[in-house]
Design a protein around this ligand. Sequence first.
Ligand code: OAD
Length: 246
Amino acid sequence: MKAWPKEAVKKLKAAHSLFVLTGAGVSAASGIATFRDAGGLWENVKPEDVATPEAFARDPERVWRWYDARRRRVLQAQPNAAHRVLAWLETQAPRFCLATQNVDGLHQAAGSRGVLELHGNLWLVRCTQGCGEWEDRHELADFPYRCPHCKALARPGVVWFGEALDAGVFEKAEQEAMRADAALVIGTSSLVYPAAGLIDRLLERDALVVEINPEKTPFSGIVTVSLREKAEDALEALKKAWSFAP
Ligand code: OAD
């Protein structure tokens, strides 16, 4: 990639509180398809058929098979340089928050701690009758998956379209965005709210916002710096530039 703008690296390095928002693009180099790119997940299936409460009520087996296929793909995947550099960045900043829209757990696999998972996690399963939520990494055998306690339907522990985000998780992300003096917005089309609203919060308070995305987004023209680069390249370059910045 072209060199990082020196002033941006300097400000990122000087930040008291650094906020990072990631989307599917950070996992692209790990072989996980994004949603809206050519060949993305939403090209083959409509979100309203697999990622809404109505879809689950209509056909839980179809929904579970779709999530099971995604779980299997993620099991084959490894974190890439983008995940690794973000885990390193956490050790550099005095205060750091990573909020992700991804449900693949690859940030944690790379060593990031305290990740705010805005849209849940592929390995979480929740009883629809209220027995609770638990982690289940087993290969699922019977569809639809049922709660081992009460045998009611269990659902994936992710946020679907039309559902509210976990209020505690989102509030924490919003608070961190509102106190950050610098931010990276990486690999997201920034089309899905309320997650994309975090970028508005950052811009409202004049934080330095660097977007990293090979494609333009609705925020490209209003962030401080928009790098038209792949996450894995730009973040590796950032790590190198970091040691030379004052
Ligand atoms: P999208 O698929 O909407 O956007 C992925 C973005 O990643 C695009 O803007 C690509 O240009 C960019 N991209 C592709 N390869 C990249 C790379 N190597 N490095 C950096 N960027 C790259 O995915 P999200 O923005 O994450 O929600 O989507 C947001 C939400 O919409 C998802 O969490 C999911 C989806 O529907 C739910 O399922 C609720």
